[in-house]
Structure formats: C-alpha cells, structure tokens
Write a protein that binds this ligand. Structure first.
Ligand code: AMP
Ligand code: ZN
Length: 475
C-alpha cells in the first residue's frame, strides 16, 4: 500500500516516494529558543513525528533535520534584557526543548543544526544570490532579496504577486501577505543587537531567519530533497522565501513535497506567545497530566484540521488510554510479556488482521490518525470480547499475534507501550547509574541506592524494584 500525503505546493494528495536511497529527506522548521515551547508548537512537532513514523512504518528510511533558531530578533531581545550572553540564554531553552520532546515520545531527528553554528554557510549563500543579481545591498549594510527577480515567487502560497510589486522592503522576519516586498537576507548590526553580530562582506550583522533554513537544509539534505514541513503560519512568508533563496541560487527545484499542519487553537485563536493564550508542556505536567495523555490529544485530530485545546480532551484521552491499557495488560498478562516487541510471529486472528489493514490504509491516506485510532479501538473491542469468552478461546500464539498488532500500530502512534522501555532504550549513562544502584542494593547500602534513584530520576527515568530486579520507565 502506498503512502500518500497532501502537498501544499500542488494542492493535491500525492504518493510520497523517495528521490534516492529509499530515504525520505525531511526538513522540519524547529523552535526559536527564546522561551519554553508551548503545546501549539508541539502540535507541529508531534505531526512531524507521526509523519516520520509513518514513513518508517512503510519500510522507508528517514533523514530528518530540525533547525534550532538561536539568533533572531526575539532571542537577542531576551538575552540582552536578561544581561546574559546569547549562547547562555538559548542553551536553557534548547535543553528544555529536548527534555520536552522526550516527554512526548517524539523520535529524535537525525540532525539538529543550530543557526549560530552555520553563519559561514549562510553568508556563502547570500554571496551567491548577490552574484546572481537577485539580491542587493542597501545603504545601511543589510542585504535584501529582490522578489521581482525570481519569477516563481508566490508559487507555494498560490498568490500572483506580479501586480503588487512595489520595491518596498521588509526587515522583519515575520510579516503578512499585504506587505510583501524584498526581504532581508542579512541584517546590518544595530544598537539593539548589543554584542551579537558577525563580520561579513557587507559589514557586521546577522542573518535573516529565512536564509537560515535554506542554508542548513541544503547543507544536510542536498540542493533538492523530498519533504519540508512546518506549521501553516510558516507557509508564508518563511517557506515561500526559502524556495526563492534556494532555487534562485541553485537553479534546481528545492523541495518536492511541502506539508503544513493547522494550528492548535484556544477559544478559536491560534495558541501563541504573542497572544498570551498558551500552555507550555510544563504547565500541563504540573497540573497532573502526563506526556502520554498530552501526546494522545495532540495526535488525535487530522493534522490539516484546526484543533481546539480543551481540558476535557485530556480527560477523554485518559479514559481512552485506560481502555487500551486494560486490554493490552490482559493480553500480555496471559503470555507474560511486558510489551509486544517479540510477539509479531504469533498467529493473527482475522479480525486483528482486518484492524491492521484498516489502520494501515488510514495512516497512508494523508496521515489520517483519527481513522487509525478507530481501527485500534476495533481491535480493542474484538480482543476484549475474545478475552471474555468462556471457555477461553485464544491460544498463546494468538495472544502473541494480537499483541504484535498493537505493537505494529504503536510504531506509528507511540502511545500504547509508552514508557514501557526495553533495556536497550535506556541511555548508557542511565544504565551505568542502574548498574551502580544494583551493586549498592546488593551491599544493602540503601542511602546510596536512594541517591542513585534520584540521579536516575533527574535524567528522566523512574526505577521500580521487584523480585526480578530493577524495572525502569521513562518519567
Ligand atoms: P516558532 O518557534 O514560533 O518558530 O514555531 C515553531 C513551530 O511551531 C513552527 O513549525 C510553527 O509553525 C509551529 N507553531 C507555532 N504555533 C503553533 C500553533 N498554535 N499550532 C500549531 N503549530 C504551531
Ligand atoms: Zn524554517
């Protein structure tokens, strides 16, 4: 079965097939690390996580690059207001971002390039655009892209800009279609930038936001690659500008498929920092919701449909997960398996095979996760009925086969066996702490054992003791 997705560039649902090596090369616009990411941002990141998981579910490989915007108007303002160096200021939020990704069981990207580590690449790209005559230096030492010089400008946003070209300039990173104009590739240093700035052929300054993504995506994924995503607010001007910069420089098509997720809203408005109507992941964890429940809510709506945030959705998620857990625990209790990893070789009853088939069709139909959940609940319903039948009519092989279907579905959803990590998933440094703790317990050194439990907790893992030894789960 072929995986199909909606391409914002062509406005059609199309097959997603790799350009080379069975690998989908994917660029996802990452966070601006000036604050804790809010759960609206995580709607975009969970959508991208589902996307990469479905690609892998279909037997293809993924090479994902997610940038970290660690220099822009907002990060500079934040660092200067706090009176700390830009790198120290952004480090706090980079670390928090990675911790949050783990809490939501989001698979890590292959590469997380930071903008400040790629200034030479950005300068080189701007130089190329100046050489080609599509970019020019302004009097203050900034460099602008001349949108009139790139005939394809507007093709992603599906807007014909021909009649509104005015030669006006836009220095801000974000702006509306109404004030389209030449956009900044390089921004000359200003008083408010304080100590932040790099030397360039045009004098001291810093890169614009858009050039960052063109330079880093092409560095790691090539001049033409498969897939580029972001929230719908990134489509214009950010992605439109990325296309203009890349294609004007290389003369080649930049990206085959563009995908955008709709916004997470609160009372009908986009959840955003500037509107002040946001929750961070931490806010919700503090209120007693788990990363697993939050993930469930974020993924259980079609990514192209607006999702209104409400606490009642978290309550529903909790109930749905309990229903799944009861069923999976009953199945695994009978065969003594913690999760479904080793169970795929079991015999799969017809109704379970049908559920998997429906699930596969749903995820391959432009990531239809709500329909995929419906297939999962059909599986739960049938399994519960089979478990309740008297006399019992599921063989050990069938129990394993059914668990294997849950496991296969969870390769995409990442909510069923959440936290039931195998030993192999535990990072080496946590494993080292676990080994030390096992030693301490053998020596009946309980104080040391408790200290190590806290150290393991600080690293994001929870340890429980049982007669079989230590069991560790993600916190
Ligand atoms: P930013 O840190 O603002 O550059 O945003 C990072 C990512 O989150 C981008 O892909 C945005 O499009 C996305 N994003 C921001 N707000 C929302 C929201 N309310 N719902 C969904 N995605 C969002
Ligand atoms: Zn970007």
């Amino acid at each position: 079965m072929e995986m199909k997705v909606y391409n914002s560039l062509t406005r059609q649902v199309e097959p997603l097939t790799p350009l080379a090596d069975d690998t989908i090369r994917l660029y996802t616009c990452g966070p601006t690390v000036y604050n804790f990411a809010h759960i609206g941002n995580f709607r975009a990141y969970t959508f991208e996580d589902i996307l990469r998981r479905v690609v892998q579910f279909n037997g293809m490989k993924v090479k994902q690059v997610m940038n970290l915007t660690d220099v822009d108007d907002k990060t500079i303002r934040g660092a200067n207001a706090a009176g700390v160096a830009l790198t120290d200021y952004t480090k706090t939020y980079k670390d928090a971002f990675f911790a949050d990704l783990r809490k939501l069981n989001i698979q890590p990207a292959e590469i997380y390039p930071a903008a400040t580590d790629h200034i030479p690449e950005m300068i080189a790209l701007v130089e190329k655009l100046v050489e080609k005559g599509v970019a020019y230096k302004s009097d203050d030492g900034s460099v602008y892209f001349a949108v009139t010089k790139f005939p394809g400008y507007g093709k992603l946003a599906h807007i014909d800009f021909d009649h509104q070209r005015t030669g006006a300039r836009c220095a801000a990173d974000e702006y509306d279609k109404e004030n389209v104009g030449d956009f900044a590739l390089w921004k000359a240093w200003e008083e408010s930038d304080g100590p932040v700035g790099w030397d360039s052929p045009w004098g001291r300054g810093r890169p614009g936001w858009h050039i960052e993504c063109s330079a880093m995506s092409m560095k790691y994924l090539g001049e033409t690659f498969d897939l580029h995503t972001g929230g719908i607010d990134n489509l214009f001007p950010h992605h439109e500008n990325e296309i203009a910069q890349a294609e004007a420089a290389t003369g080649k098509p930049f990206v085959n498929t563009w995908m955008h997720c709709a916004h997470l809203r609160v009372n009908g408005e986009k959840m955003s920092k500037s509107l002040g109507n946001f929750f961070t992941l931490r806010d919700l964890l503090e209120k007693g919701w788990s990363g697993r429940e939050i993930r469930y809510v974020l993924i259980n709506a079609h990514y192209r449909q607006g999702l209104n945030f409400a606490f009642s959705a978290l309550e529903d998620a909790r109930k749905s997960l309990e229903r799944i857990d009861r069923c999976v625990d009953a199945l695994s209790g009978k065969v003594g398996q913690l999760d479904g990893r080793d169970t795929e070789k079991g015999e799969v009853p017809e109704w379970a095979a049908k559920a998997l088939e429906d699930f596969t069709a749903a995820v391959n139909d432009d990531l239809n996760i709500p329909r995929a959940f419906a297939a999962l609940f059909e599986l739960v319903r049938h399994a519960n009925a089979a478990l309740a039948s008297q006399p019992p009519n599921l063989s050990p092989s069938q129990l394993r086969g059914i668990l294997g279907v849950f496991f296969r579905m969870d390769e995409v959803l990442g909510v069923i066996f959440f936290g039931k990590a195998e030993k192999t998933d535990v990072p080496a440094e946590v494993q080292a702490l676990l080994d030390q703790r096992a030693e301490a317990r053998k020596a009946k050194n309980w104080a040391e054992s408790d200290r190590l439990r806290d150290a393991i907790a600080a690293a994001g893992w929870a340890v429980k003791d049982s007669k079989d030894g230590q069991a560790v789960t993600r916190r």
